[in-house]
Write a protein that binds this ligand. Sequence first.
Ligand code: SR1
Ligand code: MG
Length: 388
Amino acid sequence: MSQAEQQYEVLTAVAASELASKYLSGHSYSAREFGDGNLNLVFRVTADSGRSLIIKQALPYLRAAGEAWPLTIERARIEVDALREMAALIPGSVPLIFGFDDFRAAMVMEDLSPGTTWRSELISGNATGTLPEDIAGFVAALIQRTASMLHDESTVTSWRERFPYSPLCSVTEQLVFSDPFTQAASNVVLPELAQQVAMMQQDPNVQAAAHSALETFRTSKECLLHGDLHTGSVMSTPWGTRLIDLEFSFYGPIGFDTGLLMANLALARISNGVRGDHAHAARIDSYAHRYWHRLQADLAPIRASHGADVHLALLSRLQGQAQEFMAVEMIRRVVSLARAQDIETLARGLAAEASAQALEGGLAILLASRETGLPEAWRLATTGGRVV
Ligand code: SR1
Ligand code: MG
């Protein structure tokens, strides 16, 4: 057992207040744990002055699965490093980090309330301003500033060493690329989907495509990533758009963040279509197109700086990978442990219908040509290739 693990203790509200008091002046503090994610404890600590901050602590196991699924608390260190790096690369893209208690794997951060996640706004049917452009701007800046195609060998080697494939990448391997395509004990499948899922798990073409996506994920070391860019990792705040929860960050495949984001937008689009909010569903279509349009626009200067061939190669890798990662992410959100809230919050019958559509859409783009292009991949993913 390492020294850090020996001194680790799960924070109580009192301990969180005591830690916060080193960063927040006041006479008294109140702390409330409000984390609803899959991994961590998250406390908001408020001083009697009314000012507040967030304490986020990594638990030594996967919160969503319980203590039977141990998980390294080193992920907190990865998140702190990624937050500091992102703040330097793209100022204003992430919450401020004030301090880090490494024994207890607890970071002290800016409180973004009354900010809300993009996912919660998509579920509530609210319009979300320039979030698509903001996130596309962040992803494009990460590519411009860190992509292996655009930087010299020693710079790229340094990125690879500083943000290696981590134990959290192994969690992604299992939950995104492996479990959904096998009869894993942790899978959660609605009975209405059982036949569709069983057919998928027996289809050799699906197995091959999922395996190929996993290989891309494991072996491509070409860009610094958020690493878990679903719509719950994006916050809209009065101070602007922020990316949160960077513990999955690593130097990996250039299309991974875009694929995950598009998948989670597609799940939101499908669930809104199924519940009959067609105006909001159409708005989500426009978000996907605006995201992709802005990403391409922000990457266009690569043509002048690095040449047409590099620009074309980068876009082609980005699109092809985004499609395959979008596919597996859509599928896993209706088959494996970490499920899509957009669908889970629907009434039971609608959830089954939306899950079936998500599975159909994910499979359609998993098996489609990688030359399809993202707008067509979006159409296939959200309609399953049906004429609507
Ligand atoms: C089941 S918990 C793990 C999941 O939660 C995170 O947000 C990632 O999406 C991961 O796959
Ligand atoms: Mg997360």
